[in-house]
Design a protein around this ligand. Structure first.
Ligand SMILES: [Zn+2]
Length: 370
């Protein structure tokens, strides 16, 4: 490698941050097409138009992204006349809408601006897209350029579905422990070294502010705590992702907690549970694997208080399914980049140990109730 590039996300957050659109986009073009989810576009519509009123920016069309981040939807969008014509692409919505728009913007080499409407993942600031097959199964990762800027309207986030924020918290909970664990044997060069250090700011705000943030979301009113959690889920984890992902050289962005999720996709009932929900249980399995029992117990207490799973009963997965889960894990990116000493038997043992420990904790909670 004779050189490499590092692009960092830039972003605005606040109730009226869309008013920054004309200034931030001024060097990129005059016309924009919105690509997004139907509900997301409906929610952001008025705020977007207000943000660009009396400016040189105009939105020429609002186009539905197609419902899933697939290459087929991406190609359909690339054929859309408004998409062809617009100077800029505005991605509006959740992870799949943003990922589809990222793919389209990258293929067409047009400037991209993201407008996340939920705080459930970091897709709006990352240089990775999760691409699915038309049947909904996972296809592959695609590596696009970064959005030029991300606008996080906290009023719109406050109006997002409670369950998605909740699951987003569960997913973000994995960032620190996975980045630290997966890089533990590596001699880190500058960028991943920064990324792993940055991961250390991901867990504590979640433990501190999540309960209030969820209350704010339930009340549909933005708050300081909700903004802190939103920044954690979108920005902190996204920056870690960008700095710790450089395949095929290295990948420290996720690890065994996500392996639990991939494994769960082949179980009978795993699909009934949200990604972040299962990942939050994966976090406990990873910390158990590492024998970091103090940290594990602190997060288990948090999980129990937030309604996140602490044992596999909570996500309707039986121990008899663990071997099949293991087979699925073996073909994941996370497994390919695991620390050298990680074995499948050790991983399954950790899931079993967490299952026992989580059940015992659940029993102790029941016993202590009057
Ligand atoms: Zn995840």
């Amino acid at each position: 490698m004779s050189h490499y590039n590092m692009y960092l996300p830039s972003y605005s957050i606040g109730s009226d941050c869309y008013s920054e659109i004309p200034h931030v986009t001024r060097h990129y073009g005059r016309t924009a097409v919105v690509i997004g989810g139907k509900t997301a576009m409906a929610k952001a519509h008025d705020a977007l138009l207000k943000g660009i009123e009396h400016s040189q920016v105009s939105i020429i069309d609002f186009v539905w992204f197609g419902g899933d981040s697939t290459y087929e939807n991406g190609r359909m969008l690339m054929e859309n006349e408004s998409v062809k014509k617009a100077d800029m692409i505005f991605a509006v919505g959740g992870g799949r809408a943003c990922d589809t728009a990222k793919y389209v913007a990258n293929e067409l080499d047009k400037p991209l601006f993201c407008f996340p409407t939920v705080a459930s993942n970091c897709a709006s600031v990352t240089a990775i897209c999760v691409i699915y097959n038309s049947d909904g199964s996972f296809r592959e990762y695609y590596y696009p350029k970064l959005a030029s800027h991300t606008f996080i309207n906290s009023d719109i986030i406050a109006d997002s579905p409670y369950q998605l924020l909740w699951a987003g918290i569960g997913d973000a909970l994995s960032k620190e422990c996975e980045a630290v664990f997966s890089s533990k044997d590596a001699d880190l060069s500058h960028t991943p070294l920064m990324g792993v250090q940055l991961s250390h700011v991901c867990t504590s705000p979640l433990l501190r502010y999540s309960a209030s943030a969820l209350e704010a979301c339930r009340a549909k009113k933005s708050s300081y705590e909700l903004e802190q959690v939103t920044l954690d889920i979108i920005i902190s984890t996204g920056m870690v992702s960008n700095m710790t992902t450089h395949t095929p050289d290295y990948y420290y962005n996720s690890s065994l907690a996500h392996c639990v999720y991939y494994g769960a996709t082949v179980t009978k009932n795993g699909h009934k549970h949200l990604h972040g929900e299962i990942v939050s249980l994966g976090v406990l399995c990873l910390l158990t694997y590492e024998k970091k029992y103090q940290e594990r117990d602190a997060i288990m207490k948090f999980n129990a208080s937030m309604g996140f799973p602490i044992c596999f009963d909570d996500v309707e997965i039986e121990e008899s399914e663990f071997d099949a889960m293991g087979q699925k894990v073996l073909i994941s990116t996370e497994w390919a980049y695991r620390p050298k000493d990680v074995t499948l038997a050790g991983f399954i043992d950790a899931m079993k140990e967490q299952n026992r420990c989580g059940r015992a904790y659940r029993d102790s909670l029941k016993a202590s109730r009057p």
